[in-house]
Design a protein around this ligand. Structure first.
Ligand SMILES: Nc1ncnc2c1ncn2[C@@H]1O[C@H](COP(=O)(O)OP(=O)(O)OP(=O)(O)O)[C@@H](O)[C@H]1O
Ligand SMILES: [Mg+2]
Length: 283
């Protein structure tokens, strides 16, 4: 009996039956599959060298994230949250440790392979939206498809904008959109390639509370559709919209806990005043 792992991450149990096989009834290997982690890091370290000083931004982080999780990364400023996101997002390389992304050992990959992995597996959202300022919403969303060499770009970009409820604004440039709408465009751009993992570093950091709630509703919808989502936030009430909170301190994981009563953003929105509602007439 031997076990092989295929590139798609499935573990295959292969029985060597050649010595017992007479008929071909059992000629196919029996296969069992295990749920594969989306993120698996072990001993992950990141040092930044600044002249003769070394900043130990991450000190041996062990962590796994399974498909369908919705994780909030929290912790004080400088605790290593963005460093961690940049590493799991393959935007930077660790100084030490192992990282399997969807089963692939990305820590040791070359630049081209890493760019390919980023395009295939990941969608990023940043605090300041990072949209091209003079380009329409739909063209911004089409960008990752262009890099991936996809043909029916407009159709897919439209579908992504519909998913985030922004189909009516697709010809607007970022300056013609509100902060929340710009963040929706950024989310549409992040999901247009159908990534397995959505990463967002302080996605509501520049937004007021109602708009933050609306953005969390979009993330919750995506998570309910099966997407794995990891966000960084400084706000406790935003973190409570997730299913799990991981707290960093001094480059280490301090606390890793399940959220018992996940806040439903759509329910929370019903409790907030609606700015679009007609004004109440005063007698
Ligand atoms: N490019 C860099 N060069 C040198 N040091 C860095 C670099 N990026 C981050 N650091 C340092 O690494 C540590 C962790 O920084 P990081 O940006 O990950 O913190 P953070 O938890 O995201 O903080 P914040 O909440 O303020 O965004 C800090 O001490 C920071 O000064
Ligand atoms: Mg940060």
């Amino acid at each position: 009996m031997r076990i092989e792992q295929f590139s798609n991450g499935l573990w295959i149990l292969k029985e060597d039956l050649s010595h017992t096989l007479v008929s071909s009834n059992f000629s196919q290997p029996r296969a069992t599959t295990h749920k594969m982690n989306i993120i698996e890091v072990k001993g992950l370290c990141k040092d930044y060298v600044m002249g003769d000083q070394v900043v130990h931004a991450l000190r041996s982080v062990d962590l796994t994230v399974e498909p369908g999780e919705f994780v909030a990364i929290m912790g004080p400023s400088g605790s290593g949250k963005s460093t961690f996101m940049n590493l799991i997002g393959c935007l930077d390389r660790p100084s030490g440790g192992a990282y399997l992304l969807n089963g692939e050992p990305v820590a040791t990959m070359g630049d081209n392979a890493l760019a390919d992995v980023r395009n295939r597996y990941l969608g990023f959202i940043f605090q300041n939206f990072n949209l091209l300022p003079r380009t329409s919403a739909i063209k911004n969303v089409e960008l990752p498809l262009m890099y991936a060499g996809v043909k029916n770009r407009t159709e897919r970009a439209k579908a992504a904008l519909e998913t985030v409820g922004l189909a009516q604004r697709m010809d607007h440039k970022p300056s013609e959109l509100s902060g929340g709408q710009q963040q929706r465009v950024a989310i549409a751009r992040a999901i247009v390639n159908d990534p397995v993992l959505i990463l967002a570093d302080e996605p509501t950091g520049n937004l007021d509370s109602r708009t933050s709630e609306e953005i969390m509703a979009v993330f919750q919808d995506l998570n309910r559709q099966g997407k794995t989502v990891v966000i960084v936030t400084h706000e406790e009430d935003i973190a409570l919209h997730c299913k799990r909170i991981i707290r960093f301190k001094d480059g280490r994981v301090l606390v890793d806990e399940r959220v018992k009563n996940q806040v439903d953003a759509r329910e929370a929105l019903k409790q907030l005043p609606n700015p679009d509602a007609p004004p109440i007439a005063v007698a």
